[in-house]
Design a protein around this ligand. Structure first.
Ligand code: HPA
Length: 300
């Protein structure tokens, strides 16, 4: 084995290099016959244990994260963490049940590493969901906001999942993001919304990721609104950037679980229980929406 100490000292070691990620992907490939085409990352509302998407997957092969070599492991007590491979509406998918957040203490590269594993499993398209606070005044709690763009706020201070050496086998060092969120999928989402009679619920907008874990101050929200932000959350962007970098087509949406409180002394406070409750309430619609998107995305 080569001496890697100088590489590590010089901070040139790439913890999500092709070689490292291949070990995880090979482990999975040897233990399942499914070859997923679409990857799905579940945010609040699609969590399997509250009647989510996973139960629609027939005869799934299930891999707890701690079983997969080189895969990040959840340190949060009681947190679900497993990859599920199977067919959803006859489309082979891989579903990530439980994602990694920066506020839990994970480096950004770790929060996005599973996307590279998906890539090496053969994934070509990804659906990423999250819970978000609504900042657009026209939004309502329970809306599903299709992401047309994002503001990668952590990136403004050099916090980036691809910071460090670049492995060209995944993608180039420098890459554009002006069309990160696939136009065709967004168009499709509007059609699916109509088909499912969710026209008024499906919105489109710009998402921003902040580190959390606190919800935003009034001053922060006023600034974000000025910046053109429609939904605020604490995840997703590392995963969608890494997916785009390695050529996976991206569809993402935010379930608006609360409206951001952009005034002082209102007596209303954003709280986690509200966020989870709306997730539960909208779980059925979100499940139908994502399932239909999977079905349609597989043919374009
Ligand atoms: N802000 C940040 N993250 C969130 C929110 C919010 O209001 N709601 C759900 N996730």
């Amino acid at each position: 084995m080569a001496d890697t100490s100088s590489i590590i000292e010089n901070n040139l070691y790439d913890p999500i290099s092709y070689d490292v990620v291949s070990v995880s992907a090979e482990y999975i490939k040897k233990r399942t016959t499914y070859r997923p085409e679409i990857g799905i990352i579940c945010g609040s509302g699609l969590d399997p244990y509250i009647g989510g998407l996973a139960e629609l997957v027939n005869k799934a092969d299930i891999f707890p994260y701690e079983e997969i070599p080189n895969f990040p492991v959840s340190t949060v007590p009681g947190h679900v963490g497993r990859l599920l491979l199977g067919n959803l509406e006859n489309v082979p998918v891989v579903i990530m049940q439980g994602r990694f957040h920066s506020y839990e203490g994970y480096e950004l590269w770790k929060t996005a590493m599973p996307v590279r594993v998906m890539k090496l499993l053969g994934v070509k398209k990804i659906i990423v969901t999250n819970a978000g606070g609504g900042l657009n005044k026209a939004f309502q709690v329970g809306d599903i906001m299709v992401m047309k763009d994002h503001i990668n706020l952590p990136g403004f201070s050099c916090q980036h999942p691809l910071r460090g050496p670049n492995d060209e086998r995944f993608g180039p060092r420098f890459f554009p993001t002006n069309d990160l969120y696939c136009h065709e999928y967004r168009k499709l989402a509007r059609k699916v919304g109509i088909e499912l009679r969710l026209e008024g619920v499906i919105r489109e907008g710009v998402y921003i990721m902040l580190g959390g874990p606190n919800y935003e101050t009034v001053a922060e929200l006023k600034m974000l609104r000025e910046m053109g932000v429609d939904s605020v959350g604490m995840s997703t962007i590392p995963e969608t950037i890494v997916a785009h970098h390695c050529g996976i087509k991206v569809f993402a949406c935010s379930l608006i679980t609360n409206m951001c409180i952009v005034e002082y002394g209102s007596g209303i406070e954003t709280n986690h229980e509200e966020v989870m409750e709306v997730g539960h309430r909208r779980a059925e619609d979100l499940k139908k929406f994502v399932t239909k998107m999977v079905e349609k995305m597989s043919s374009i």
